[in-house]
Design a protein around this ligand. Structure first.
Ligand SMILES: CC(C)(COP(=O)(O)OP(=O)(O)OC[C@H]1O[C@@H](n2cnc3c(N)ncnc32)[C@H](O)[C@@H]1OP(=O)(O)O)[C@@H](O)C(=O)NCCC(=O)NCCS
Length: 290
């Protein structure tokens, strides 16, 4: 070894409940992999999900992994991070094996980055769809919003949750209630029945629009347009599995072009399809929440 180099001794990591650590250490972890989450975003995710972190002997966080249960049968997995300093040493696989033990027999959904894809394949996850992360600074678009779009209040959350379950394939009432604490919600009714809903909440560098559930792309566009009103010049993100069509064209025109993609993968059951005429997911709540 030369005078200018030294070998640092390897160290042991221990797992601990993610609820027990300081949010700033989680924020540091996600900043380290260039994710946009604010401490408030981590706090939100810890309210709606569970998970653990890997710590060294002096309490530094090197890895995280979370899961978000929807009833007894379904869960999403997310916030799987290993600090770049210790990647490719088996930490990600170790964390995932722990999460899978906690998830038990549930059918599982996650959104894989390129770095994580082969890890999830080896754990039995199958690719289902590409998620298009569209984001940017909002520009005013024509046509604007129609009168049909209405504000949805907390009193209507039961209807929102039922529509969401029809699209997602599992009951996310608990998540809907938590999202509604900070979200603006818009809806479209047909014959009095809620036919589409969309939410917008503060996230990361600005705002996220999602979930969006609708029976057609045109309805989804109406709701997204309504939620972009007043945000000219502000940073907005929307994650959709639509590979083209009117929603993507609208997003592009509104200043939210494609930024990156991830792959939705499932284990235990395929992802529900999005088909015009029945409720489908046109925007994700978040990568971690699907
Ligand atoms: C994805 C990530 C969590 C993997 O963590 P890790 O601790 O490096 O994972 P492991 O060392 O357990 O490696 C797991 C497998 O993935 C492979 N792998 C690791 N990094 C990879 C990369 N950048 N590209 C392709 N494969 C990779 C490893 O070779 C390993 O395969 P093997 O077990 O067959 O040898 C880590 O790279 C990371 O935090 N990346 C940034 C954030 C991210 O993308 N998170 C995933 C969200 S879905």
């Amino acid at each position: 070894m030369s005078q200018n180099t030294m070998r640092l001794q390897s160290f042991d990591l221990a797992s601990q409940d993610i609820a027990s650590v300081d949010v700033e250490s989680l924020h540091g972890l996600s900043l380290g992999v260039e994710w946009p989450h604010r401490p408030a975003d981590w706090d939100f995710l810890r309210k709606v999900g569970r998970g653990f972190v890997a710590l060294d002997e002096i309490g530094r966080v090197f890895s995280s992994a979370m899961w978000f249960p929807y009833g007894a049968d379904c869960a999403t997995i997310g916030m799987v991070i290993t600090s770049p300093r210790v990647q490719t040493h088996g930490g990600g696989r170790w964390m995932m094996e722990g999460i899978l033990r906690q998830c038990g027999e549930r059918r599982l959904i996650l959104n894989a980055t390129r770095a994580a894809y082969s890890l999830y394949r080896s754990l039995g996850f199958e690719p289902q769809a590409t998620v298009h992360q569209c984001q940017g600074y909002v520009r005013p678009v024509v046509p604007g919003v129609t009168d049909a779009v209405e504000a949805i209040s907390a009193a209507d959350l039961g209807e929102v949750a039922a529509l969401d379950a029809a699209a997602f394939g599992a009951d996310r009432s608990h998540l809907m209630a938590r999202l509604a604490e900070t979200a603006e919600i818009r809806g479209l009714r047909r014959g009095g029945r809620l036919a589409a809903y969309a939410m917008r909440r503060p996230f990361g560098r600005g705002w996220v629009v999602g979930p969006v559930v609708a029976e057609s792309e045109e309805d989804a566009v109406q709701l997204v347009a309504a939620l972009l009103v007043g945000l000219d010049g502000q940073f907005v993100r929307l994650d959709t599995r639509q590979s083209g069509g009117v929603l993507r064209a609208f997003l592009h025109a509104a200043g939210l072009p494609l930024h990156d993609t991830v792959t939705t993968m499932t284990r235990g059951a395929p992802l529900p399809r999005v088909e015009a005429g029945s409720p489908g997911t046109y925007a994700l709540a978040a990568h971690a929440l699907s």
